[in-house]
Design a protein around this ligand. Structure first.
Ligand code: NI
Ligand code: MN
Length: 227
């Protein structure tokens, strides 16, 4: 049985094909966090971009658990320099791991790591499509909506889409509804909202406006969804 657990903000834990996969594990400093980094034991950690609310605890968790960080090339190099095991990829690339395929997609955003007083650019941000056990999950990362979402949804029919709705840095509710119309996923789960005042959004408002056949599922931090 495959499952998806929301860890708050854009962080998710997926149990699929006998592997545990974390995405954007922002735990320390995340006001929504319901787990401690020490309680997470992933095989893989997907990091969509270098911002601290996505890279989060990835490097520490990866080093402690010998997990593999799967990230855009420059960000993977940054994590490798910090001592983590990494698998670099890039937009449009896919790779067959021991549980299934990870594919990186476009994301309209930035990607910089702030290391003390240094701002280190770490390439382009990405979204990720995970294909395993006959399921396809799309984590959009941080992004504005873009027309290619229509192509993504057509070429890689999506079971579950994880989309930001908080606005300011990413799509807001109106944009995310537009994105859902392009992606046509079976299920959409909102993310990247209400963590901070600047990204306040009402997930019920989003869910109420989603049209069939797509179904919206709101997960509170800690809640699980059976895939
Ligand atoms: Ni970001
Ligand atoms: Mn973010």
């Amino acid at each position: 049985m495959a499952s998806l657990r929301f860890l708050g903000h854009s962080a998710f834990e997926i149990d699929i094909a006998g592997r545990n996969i974390l995405i954007d594990p922002f735990i320390t400093g995340n006001p929504q966090a319901i787990v401690k980094p020490g309680n997470l034991h992933p095989d893989y950690i997907i990091v969509t971009h270098g911002h601290s609310d996505h890279l989060g605890d990835a490097i520490d968790i990866a080093i402690k658990n010998k997990s593999t960080i799967v990230a855009p090339f420059e960000l993977a190099m940054y994590c490798a320099n910090k001592g983590a095991k990494t698998h670099p990829m890039y937009i449009g690339g896919s790779y067959l791991f021991d549980f299934g395929v990870i594919r990186f997609t476009l994301a309209l955003h930035g990607s910089t790591v702030i290391d003390g007083e240094n701002f280190i650019p770490v390439g382009n941000p990405v979204g990720a499509i995970i294909e395993a056990s006959g399921k396809r999950i799309y984590h959009a990362g941080d992004t504005g909506f873009f027309g290619d979402m229509k192509i993504i949804g057509k070429r890689f029919p999506i079971d579950v889409a994880l989309l930001p709705i908080g606005g300011n840095f990413t799509m807001d509710i109106d944009d995310a509804i537009y994105a859902v119309e392009m992606l046509k996923p079976k299920i959409v789960i909102p993310m990247h909202y209400n963590t901070f005042p600047i990204i306040e959004a009402d997930p019920e408002d989003f869910a109420d406006r989603i049209q069939p056949p797509t179904r919206a599922v709101i997960l509170n931090p800690g809640e699980e969804f059976d895939l």
